[in-house]
Design a protein around this ligand. Structure first.
Ligand SMILES: NC(=O)c1ccc[n+]([C@@H]2O[C@H](COP(=O)([O-])OP(=O)(O)OC[C@H]3O[C@@H](n4cnc5c(N)ncnc54)[C@H](OP(=O)(O)O)[C@@H]3O)[C@@H](O)[C@H]2O)c1
Length: 240
């Protein structure tokens, strides 16, 4: 790892750290020297993850409802109190509904995906904007999106539309930063292959999936100084 890819001294918040991808991202960011502040719904998940990561004072885990904008603002304030600042936010809240034709998809699917995939992005960007902007060239926001956002299939209408909205919001957030300042970017995958999925189905065909380890490394790269010139971009980690 070059000095440009080190995250030594950076404070990076990971929203939705307890999911399929989050623990690998937290481990990768921590291995590169960052202080990692993870939020999720479950205190238990966060405590177990903190113990597993072994980052000591460089770990902060807090249960936060990311749908509650005031709670997200309070999370940001608590991190500023603890670390003095927050340089970046990696947004990892996900969820999926679909698999039926568009005209049969219940409106409740859209409501749920709107909450998970859009509102949590709005809440984190609004709450952390001041910190990310103040971090200047170290400031980062990273969204993980899906190929469906730009190539929607009929049976993924609500999911594709929600991810497309989250992408547009992230690109608008990026547009607010001055050249040489903070950045906001999107990493695109088709689907994520986690170590658990590999262990549960060793003979599975995951050819189009992006291994979670590779995605975590790409996120760490985007958070590093090596990616300081990259703003408002979609970085595809897909086979085609
Ligand atoms: N997995 C894929 O194949 C895939 C494909 C394309 C894009 N992506 C994107 O990649 C990112 C990471 O995916 P993932 O599969 O790791 O995500 P995930 O497991 O679905 O979600 C991450 C975490 O967010 C938590 N969360 C949900 N709502 C929350 C709330 N209101 N407040 C606090 N935490 C909340 C979840 O907790 P609960 O478990 O309690 O709900 C979960 O632990 C997501 O942005 C996802 O959309 C994933």
């Amino acid at each position: 790892m070059s000095e440009l890819e080190s995250l030594e001294g950076r404070v990076i918040a990971v929203a939705g750290v307890g999911g399929g991808l989050g623990p690998l991202v937290a481990r990768e960011l921590g291995a590169r020297g960052a202080a990692v502040a993870g939020s999720d719904r479950s205190e238990e998940t966060l405590a177990a993850l903190g113990a597993e990561l072994g980052l000591g004072e460089r770990w902060d885990g807090r249960a936060v409802d990311l749908l509650d904008e005031e709670a997200v603002r309070a999370w940001c304030a608590a991190l500023v109190e603890r670390f003095g600042r927050v340089d970046g936010v990696v947004h990892l809240v996900g969820g999926w509904r679909g698999g039926v034709p568009l005209h049969e998809e219940p409106p409740a699917d859209w409501e749920l995906l709107h909450d998970l995939l859009i509102r949590t992005v709005q809440n984190t960007t609004r709450a952390f904007h001041g910190q990310i902007d103040a971090a200047g060239a170290r400031g980062r926001f990273v969204l993980v999106s899906a190929k469906q956002a730009q190539a929607p299939s009929n049976t993924n209408a609500a999911y594709a539309a929600a991810k497309a909205a989250a992408e547009a919001w992230t690109l608008a957030f990026a547009d607010g930063f001055e050249p040489g300042g903070a950045t906001a970017n999107i990493i695109v995958v088709d689907a994520i292959l986690t170590p658990r999925m590999r262990a549960d189905n060793p003979d599975g065909d995951f050819a189009t999936f992006t291994p979670a380890e590779e995605l975590a490394a790409a996120i760490a790269f985007v958070c590093s100084e090596a990616a300081a010139r990259m703003n408002g971009q979609r970085l595809p980690l897909t086979m085609r």
